[in-house]
Design a protein around this ligand. Structure first.
Ligand code: AR6
Length: 172
């Protein structure tokens, strides 16, 4: 079982083996953490994403799946891209969101990453309520069967930090 740590940080600055990106299905870059990661990594990252689209992922990355690339100029070695669900009031998509954490950790195991940092997937542009997004993150990481030693759940603001802390507390 991995150790879970909550950190308050810009994920692009972390010296971990792999940083998870809240990407889109096209792996095209975008706003939020995706934009920050692409800016920090430099052009090598978009080249790697384009290559994936031209080879193994012609239809894009399905929601809930994950794939690794170089991290370009960031301190991390890899970026693991995952696509969270867009929140909808009437449809429960928590399985898809949990799948993002599970498949990212599977990819981490495949590439041999022992420390992995996650942003709060789907909690920005994709509209997930922060308490739900952080609870699913903590629950899924807690239950994951992985060789990863340390999982960093990166809080980018007060609400995220409070959500992670409450979720960790509730599951003790
Ligand atoms: N470090 C850590 N966390 C961050 C950073 C950062 N530098 N920047 C933002 N966050 P979002 P999503 C937090 O919108 O909801 C993109 O356009 C942010 O506060 O980045 O999954 C993609 O291309 C929020 O809590 O991802 C997709 O189209 C969390 O990261 C779409 O947005 C996730 O917010 C994905 O939307």
């Amino acid at each position: 079982m991995a150790t879970i740590r909550i950190v308050r940080s810009d994920i692009t600055t972390l010296d971990v083996d792999a940083v998870v990106n809240a990407a889109n299905r096209q792996l095209a870059g975008g706003g939020g953490v995706d934009g920050a990661i692409h800016r920090a990594a430099g052009p090598e990252l978009s080249t790697a994403c384009r290559k994936l689209r031209e080879t193994t992922l012609p239809d894009g990355l399905p929601t809930g799946d994950s794939v690794a690339t170089t991290a370009g100029n960031m301190p991390a070695r890899w970026v693991i891209h995952t696509v969270g669900p867009v929140w909808a009031k009437t449809i429960d998509k928590s399985d898809q969101l949990a799948s993002c954490y599970r498949t990212s950790l599977q990819v981490a195991d495949e590439i041999g990453a022992r420390s992995v940092a996650f942003p709060t997937i789907s909690a920005g542009v994709y509209g997930y309520p922060m308490d739900e997004a952080t609870r699913i993150a903590v629950e899924t990481c807690r239950q994951a069967d992985t060789k990863v030693d340390t999982i960093y759940l990166v809080a980018f603001n007060d609400e995220a930090e409070a959500g992670y802390r409450a979720a960790l507390e509730n599951q003790r």
